[in-house]
Design a protein around this ligand. Structure first.
Ligand code: SAM
Length: 334
């Protein structure tokens, strides 16, 4: 028997049987960079603006863009292309660092990008050298394995999974979970479940250590939960359900991101909130219309439909959020 957290870790990341070792992009869900390159275009503009700000403040370079959970490398490729086209100053000087847990995906994407100068890859954020710049992730935090709590007979337990996939309840596996259990208990009804993403907090701490000065851009689905229950779910062929331990390795398992947790943990670590908004608003304010194809041919019409999914409240526009946190170096370090 293992904790649900360990079950989810192996269901997603087992090097041979894990979901992410064999995911076919777009088969079960679309990520924003898989939908349309306009997403990367707006991000490239935002990142260039942030790097300009660091340079104007006199933060010494060279700067890095560190993309964590880079998957197939699609976002990296589009972002670098957009930087080369529109912001050559940064395309020529910035180091692009890919961090991807799947070794195969990392190798493939580093190889595909090897014609771009200054691209390096790591499987673990721990290996990345500290420095100034931008730390970026799209749909990484929702993919971290979560501990699962459930209310039964008025008390809170942790969910464990047997070899057969059957779940059972027992005591909390770590003392670290207790404050989360105590906080969520009054909000949970009988039989209701709640995900605790300890990994997200550890990750943010590490990002805060690696980023000497600059910005953390986190894009993901979720919201400021304000203490509301957050049950994980699965994705398979664009449908979602709550049968978390069926079809191990064939379904994505995910929990919405609690941006309150990232914001309050960030504040403790010296990361201040620069922006928090919906993806739709971020893309519109970032000028996504500049990246839209014109014309009435089939490709242009299809592209506009894809961008509409990124923007529309019923698509990704409202469910996804963009959090930009700032870390300032102490004045003595500039
Ligand atoms: C939902 S996919 C998103 C991929 C890509 N960012 C995109 O938007 O298309 C999540 C990715 O994060 C990677 N990942 C999960 N945990 C990670 C970790 N601790 N370090 C690096 N990558 C991780 C997974 O292997 C997977 O490729």
């Amino acid at each position: 028997m293992q904790t649900f957290r360990d079950y989810m870790d192996s269901a997603l990341y087992d090097p041979e049987r894990g979901y992410y070792s064999r995911r076919t992009p777009t088969q079960d869900f679309y990520t924003a960079p898989e939908l349309h390159p306009a997403f990367a275009g707006v991000l490239a503009r935002e990142i260039a603006r942030r790097l300009d700000a660091l340079a104007e403040e006199g933060v010494p370079g060279p700067y890095s863009i560190t993309e964590m959970g880079s998957g197939s490398g699609r976002l990296a490729a589009e972002l670098l292309r957009s930087l080369r086209q529109n912001f050559p100053r940064w395309a020529d000087t910035v180091r692009y660092v890919l961090v991807e847990r799947s070794r195969t995906a990392l190798l493939d994407s580093v190889l595909a990008l090897s014609s771009s100068a200054h691209v390096v890859g790591y499987t673990r954020l721990e290996e990345v050298l500290p420095g100034p710049g931008v730390f970026l992730s799209n749909e990484l935090v929702d993919a971290f394995p979560v501990h699962l709590l459930e209310k039964r007979d008025g008390s809170l337990y942790e969910v464990y999974v047997e070899e057969s996939g059957r779940t059972l309840l027992s005591d909390l596996s770590a003392e670290e979970l207790r404050p989360f259990a105590e906080e969520i208990a009054p909000a949970l009804s009988e039989g209701e479940r709640h995900a605790v993403n300890l990994e997200a907090l550890r990750w943010l701490k590490l990002v805060g250590e690696k980023l000497r000065s600059g910005f953390v851009i986190t894009i993901d689905y979720g919201r400021r939960m304000a203490g509301a229950p957050n049950p994980p779910r699965t994705f398979f062929r664009h449908t979602t359900d709550f049968r978390l331990t069926e079809g191990k390795g064939f379904k994505d398992i995910t929990a919405s991101v609690d941006f309150d947790a990232l914001i309050s943990e960030g504040a403790r670590l010296g990361l201040t909130v620069d922006a928090y908004e919906t993806l739709g608003r971020f893309l519109i304010e970032g000028g996504i219309q500049d990246y839209l194809p014109e014309g009435m041919d089939t490709a242009a019409i299809r592209a506009r439909g894809q961008v509409k999914t990124l923007l529309h409240p019923d698509g990704m526009g409202e469910a996804f959020k963009v959090l930009i946190q700032r870390k300032s170096a102490p004045a003595s370090a500039i």
